[in-house]
Design a protein. Sequence first.
Length: 54
Amino acid sequence: MYGWIFRHLPGPLWFRIITAVLFVVAAVFLLMQYAFPWLSQFNPLTDSTIGSGP
């Protein structure tokens, strides 16, 4: 799959490498800013029980 994407990027090799790196950085940024915070509200493992007692 990654080879197919890399082969279909336009331009010379140096430009394809820069474009691929930018795509990876953009994907990581979008996941960290939007996807993971939204998903964390559905994760029961983030609930803390320390300090709660009778």
